[in-house]
Design a protein around this ligand. Structure first.
Ligand code: ADP
Ligand code: MG
Length: 319
């Protein structure tokens, strides 16, 4: 039997739930529960690459950056360093939790976490239209000062509390450094954690040097690109809903369990999937399938092993 390779993207919720404050105990408990749900894939013979989000964690790192500068005059680190920090911290945590889960199931495997740089195009239009809100909420005066001092761009908060948040570009990922090593390690039977938080954003300059980009990359898009580049057969996006729905949160909401490419694209174009949450996941699944992937699954992090849940998208309908 040819072994299958799966890329599993863990959403914010797989690590930290909305109603939690993010203590390490909470994150470890959620992570363990999520990883328990992946054991069946290993038992079915899959090789695994794990990717993960970093929204709440990198937000906390940025705020510590700010507080450190205010209180102790510690130099702020740029966004790429903050993303790399989050990959290290979260990746280490997933690695240790996974080792323990495997031991409890009597499975012997290496688990390795790789700090991963993801290449973006410096001419990506996103650089002229930064949209992704990061870090703390500032007053107008603070925001004006930071704009003048650092060239940061701010956007007014629409929420009741008001204030201003820094916005950075979210360009498309175009290449993943070391993707061949990630694929090889996984196919040798090692569990690889990579491309956390969408990857550390870098670009290649005219001298072919690798340079940091002050940006963030969508983790679903980066995970999909990685899955395609390493030739994974299956792509799992674990989040906080058990299925995708059409007419979501409307009286005629409908579960979609089995979908083909054409219908999924039609629902996407009809606006059934919210921008900034479900739409990038759907786009990630479609681009995985169009570059040769066999099946993409979107489901709730703690329900994957219970196979009655989950929306399965394939090129043609499968029943
Ligand atoms: P993650 O942190 O896992 O990336 P997101 O919050 O970005 O999670 O995306 C998951 C969210 O997408 C769900 O909580 C749900 O509210 C939202 N969503 C928007 N449209 C849909 C839809 N049509 N079907 C299911 N979920 C949807
Ligand atoms: Mg998200």
């Amino acid at each position: 039997m040819k072994k299958k390779l799966a890329v599993v993207a863990l959403g914010g919720n797989a690590l930290l739930r909305g109603n939690q404050i993010g203590t390490i105990d909470e994150q470890e408990e959620n992570t363990t529960q999520t990883l328990e749900n992946l054991v069946f894939l290993i038992n079915e013979g899959y090789d695994l690459v794990i990717t993960h989000g970093n929204g709440p964690q990198v937000g906390n790192i940025l705020m510590r950056n700010d507080a450190g500068e205010q209180m102790y005059g510690i130099a702020q680190m740029p966004v790429d360093i903050c993303v790399a920090d989050s990959q290290g911290g979260i990746g280490y945590m997933i690695e240790r939790m996974f080792r323990n889960v495997l031991i409890h199931h009597g499975i012997s495997k290496n688990v390795v976490c790789l700090v991963t740089q993801v290449v973006v195009d410096r001419n990506d239009p996103a650089f002229n239209d930064p949209q992704k809100r990061i870090g703390k909420i500032y007053s107008r005066e603070e925001a004006d000062n930071l704009s003048a001092k650092r060239g940061w761009i701010f956007s007014e908060e629409v929420k009741a509390e008001g204030g201003f948040r820094r916005v950075v570009p979210s360009p498309l990922p175009v290449d993943i450094l070391n993707h061949d090593i990630i694929g090889d390690l996984a196919r040798q039977g090692n569990i690889v954690i990579a491309a956390g938080g969408g990857g550390v954003p870098v670009y290649i300059d005219e001298k072919n040097d690798v340079k940091p980009a002050e940006a963030v990359i969508d983790k679903d898009r980066a995970s999909s690109l990685l899955a395609s580049m390493i030739g994974a057969e299956e792509f799992y996006i674990l989040t906080d809903v058990p299925y995708i729905y059409i007419n979501y949160k409307k009286p005629d909401q409908e579960i979609k369990e089995f979908l083909d490419y054409a219908d999924t694209l039609k629902y996407l174009n009809e606006g059934h999937f919210a921008r900034g949450s479900m739409a990038p996941k759907i786009e990630a699944c479609l681009s995985f399938l169009s570059s040769g992937g066999k099946m993409a699954v979107i489901t709730e992090a703690f329900k994957l092993a219970d196979k009655k849940y989950g929306s399965k998208i394939t090129m043609e309908y499968e029943k």
